[in-house]
Design a protein around this ligand. Structure first.
Ligand SMILES: Nc1ncnc2c1ncn2[C@@H]1O[C@H](COP(=O)(O)OP(=O)(O)OP(=O)(O)O)[C@@H](O)[C@H]1O
Ligand SMILES: [Mg+2]
Length: 255
């Protein structure tokens, strides 16, 4: 099992969008890919066509023996996904208490899925630090940081670097992390400037081609479909393909 953490210091940058679409693209390269939603917003499932009112997910209290395999959904896009689930505040609180009590909570549940050694697990997280991010960074083999091309995202890089270093520094199974710029609008000077500054600052950790801001992304979500199915020839589809190839070349993720 190869665990990929999709993280960001700020909200609304496109973690969930990139997780869902990258999963579909990586799966096309030949691997088995499972995505896990570790964000109480429970939005990842919407990219895969799950019904809005279906409450099933990993936080559900009625999973037999608390086994994640009962929340595992097969999408029609070849990617399996584990939704967070619809829970009330009290249930979420109990769920989070259980996570806090067990540093190996995530690893234990992922191991229970019986995935193969080379299967890929992509994990979507809430923005910023917190218990979900801690669990993911403790076991991730690869980190993908999503940023937007604005000054706020740029200024968060040192904090995210030290957070990643904190959880991964002595881990030989951590292959590395990279930064992806999402919602790039090349017609805007500020976007181009931030792109150039990040490339200069991050060097080989910066994925050298951004994912462009593209209406097809939000339209695809409205149709509950990955963008590559909704708009095969869109710039976002092309950009996500580039990203999956780049990750494959740099980390050898998919066998
Ligand atoms: N490349 C893109 N082009 C156009 N719209 C995009 C793009 N990427 C993301 N979006 C839109 O931006 C919004 C935020 O995206 P998303 O929910 O994936 O961000 P997030 O980082 O997961 O947010 P949160 O921190 O709340 O979990 C959504 O409406 C999504 O459709
Ligand atoms: Mg999200």
């Amino acid at each position: 099992m190869r665990v990929v953490a999709v993280i960001s210091p700020k909200g609304g940058v496109g973690k969930t969008t990139v997780t869902a679409n990258l999963a579909v693209s990586l799966q096309r390269l030949g691997g088995k890919v499972t995505v896990v939603d570790l964000d109480p917003q429970n939005a990842l499932r919407l990219h895969f066509g799950m019904a809005h009112d279906d409450p099933l997910g990993i936080a559900s209290e009625n999973l037999p023996n608390n086994q994640w395999q009962y929340a595992l959904m097969e999408s029609r896009y070849g990617v399996d996904f584990l939704p967070y689930g619809i829970v009330n505040e009290r249930q979420r609180d109990r769920f989070e208490q259980a996570i806090k009590a067990n540093p190996d909570w995530l690893l234990m549940h992922l191991n229970s899925l019986g995935l193969g050694e080379t299967d890929v697990v992509l994990i979507d997280t809430p923005p910023g630090p917190g218990i979900y991010l801690q669990q993911v960074l403790r076991i991730a083999n690869i980190g993908i940081v999503i940023l937007k091309p604005d000054a706020a995202s740029y200024s968060t890089v040192p904090a995210i670097e030290s957070l990643i270093a904190h959880y991964t520094k002595d881990r030989r199974d951590f292959l590395g992390h990279c930064y992806v710029l999402n919602q790039m609008d090349a017609s805007k000077q500020l976007n181009r400037d931030v792109f150039g500054m990040l490339r200069a600052q991050l060097g080989s950790r910066f994925v050298p081609s951004a994912i462009h801001r593209d209406e097809a992304v939000s339209e695809a979500l409205a149709c509950q479909s990955p963008v590559s199915y909704y708009a095969q020839y869109s710039s976002a589809t092309h950009d996500v393909q580039y990203l999956s190839n780049w990750i494959q070349q740099n980390f050898g993720l998919v066998d």
